[in-house]
Design a protein around this ligand. Structure first.
Ligand code: B12
Length: 475
């Protein structure tokens, strides 16, 4: 069959990302013997102008649409990316008779909601492999695709089918040749890093999280030797910047350690980042191994430094672990970005002040602290149930396609926004998600490109903000 994969993501904030999932789906289709093409909307001035001739020329039997983002996760200036699907769907339906299959993280979170929203034929929750290949096989044989784990068919879902996932498989660890699928030059000039997924599943049970759901539940670890081999292959192709996109990089600890030590031993000279380090399994030994491997930046997803809120989030660690992680980071050399979510269950004015003191006193002044206000509520999470119990979420929330946010009822939302803004205006390393007075990424990116800086560019946020303030640009 002829299979056309479309990556619809055009969002460049906070940083441009490669459409890894779309490339994996394309590779899965191609490896199953189908003639496969991929179109990536990222750099298209008009997606319609790219899609129409492609449909006419290629005449696909199946169109697979990869949907990464539902929205920008921002309570202050929400953007619903899902809407961008509708014009593409309209063109596909008007100009072809292809079967339309949806996939990607957004779809895995709410497959049925997206099927109804777009009128697509199938939605795959979980990994592209092996569900997509199996579905293609059935479609090629003109058979009815029944009971393929993870495959949802419009109008045919029985009770409970909504939670069906493909589950993790060895295919979760494809390391696609991006040069074969996307406009690599454009991505390289945007200083993009190569995403590396080395494990599925997550040991934590944070009340708001979708990660385990996206992966299909269950834990599979990629053999560290295979990860090192993939990095070696990419590096021979000239790629020098990598980002681990695991749910939590340092869980299990020993796997992260083996990956770092394997890279260090291999002698590969490259830069690495990961934005999801958990304070629980983090110490000087791991940080040392990360330094030896070539890590240039890490992110710690601490969310709060106050025990009642950490308990409310069910983070699985306490403020003592956050303090220990801060000490470890201080003793090391790697720049670190700290992520906080303000307004979670149990948050009060006192807990907000506790977290702010932590950020002021324990974080190195050059390390960014990134604060999100309000917590995006996803279907099927414990936070959804809590929000309903507390009357924060209406009974009919439309499947939560349109974002709804949790803010602790013990806190005044307007006060929280004001307090955070006030703090960020005093500290140049404090950033608030969606704060319109200061949008760091486009500035940092274009300046970084001009000055030929190396990633991660976020480590320059503080001096840049200070310079901008001197010049009276932005906040
Ligand atoms: C790592 C990560 C980041 C990193 C990305 C780094 C990088 N270099 O790529 C950073 C921190 C930069 C980031 C930023 C953002 N992220 Co993010 N991110 C993730 C994370 C943890 C992993 C994504 C990933 O790379 N996975 C690995 C790839 C290979 O897997 P995949 O894309 O899921 O593809 C698989 C399947 O989905 C499927 N598949 C994919 N496409 C297709 C197509 C077809 C046809 C089929 C059949 C199957 C299929 O098969 C693939 C292989 O198995 C996910 C959560 C998660 N666990 O998925 C959130 C996640 C994707 N991010 C999310 C969001 C919101 C964002 C931001 C908008 C946040 C913000 N406000 O800035 C930005 C957007 C960035 C952008 N430019 O688009 C949300 C999206 C949901 C939503 N609410 O919209 C997620 C799901 C987290 C969440 N809240 O639950 N992110």
């Amino acid at each position: 069959m002829k299979v056309l994969i479309i990556s619809v993501n055009r969002n460049r904030l906070p940083t441009l990302v490669l459409p890894a999932g779309a490339c994996m789906a394309a590779e899965a289709a191609s490896d199953s013997g189908h003639e496969t093409r991929l179109i990536d909307f990222m750099f298209e001035r008009s997606p319609a102008l790219r899609l129409e001739p492609e449909l006419k020329d290629f005449q696909p039997d199946v169109v697979g649409i990869s949907v990464r983002n539902i929205d920008n996760n921002d309570i202050q200036s929400p953007v619903l990316f899902a809407e961008e699907l509708l014009p593409a769907m309209k063109i596909i339906r008007e100009r072809s008779s292809a079967v339309v299959v949806l996939g990607g993280p957004a779809i895995s979170i709410m497959p049925e909601v997206f099927l109804n929203y777009t009128n697509a034929d199938f939605a795959i929750a979980g990994n592209a492999d092996p569900a997509f290949s199996r579905l293609l096989e059935k479609l090629a044989g003109k058979e009815t695709p029944q009971n393929i784990p993870g495959v949802h068919e419009r109008g045919k879902s029985g009770k409970g089918k909504g939670m069906d996932r493909t589950g993790p498989s060895p295919y979760s660890f494809r390391f696609p040749d991006f040069r074969a699928w996307v406009d690599w030059r454009e991505y390289r000039s945007s200083m993009v890093s190569i995403p590396l997924k080395t494990k599925t599943g997550c040991e934590f049970q944070c009340v708001y999280c979708t990660y385990d759901t996206i992966d299909g539940g269950g834990r599979v670890l990629c053999d560290p030797a295979i990860v090192v081999e993939a990095v070696g292959k990419y590096s021979r192709h000239g790629f020098k910047n990598f980002e681990f996109v695991d749910n939590v990089f340092n869980s299990p600890y020993s796997h992260a350690m083996d990956v770092c030590e394997g890279i260090a031993r291999s002698g590969i000279r490259a830069g690495f980042e990961c934005m999801d380090v958990n304070p629980l399994h983090f110490d000087g030994a791991l940080l040392g191994a990360m330094e030896r491997a070539g890590f240039k930046g890490i992110g710690i997803t601490i969310e709060s430094a106050s025990d009642p809120v950490l308990q409310g989030f069910k983070k699985g660690f306490a403020s003592v672990h956050a303090r220990k992680a801060a000490e470890t980071i201080r003793r090391g050399r790697i720049p670190c970005m700290w992520f906080f979510m303000m307004g979670g269950p149990g948050e009060t004015r006192e807990t907000v002040e506790e977290t702010l003191s932590f950020a002021r006193e324990r974080i190195r002044p050059g390390d960014p602290a990134y604060f999100t206000i309000g917590i995006r509520i996803y279907p099927g999470t414990a936070l959804e149930l809590l929000a309903r119990d507390q009357g924060i979420l209406a009974e009919n929330a439309g499947g939560l396609l349109r974002p709804a946010f949790y803010v602790s009822p013990e806190l005044d939302k307007a006060w929280l926004a004001r307090r955070m803004k006030e703090e960020a205006s005093r500290r140049m390393n404090f950033l608030i998600a969606g704060e319109s007075g200061f949008a760091p990424s486009p500035w940092v990116l274009s300046l970084g490109r001009t000055l030929r800086m190396k990633p991660p560019l976020w480590r320059h946020i503080r001096p840049l903000r200070m310079g901008m303030r001197l010049l009276r640009i932005g906040g």
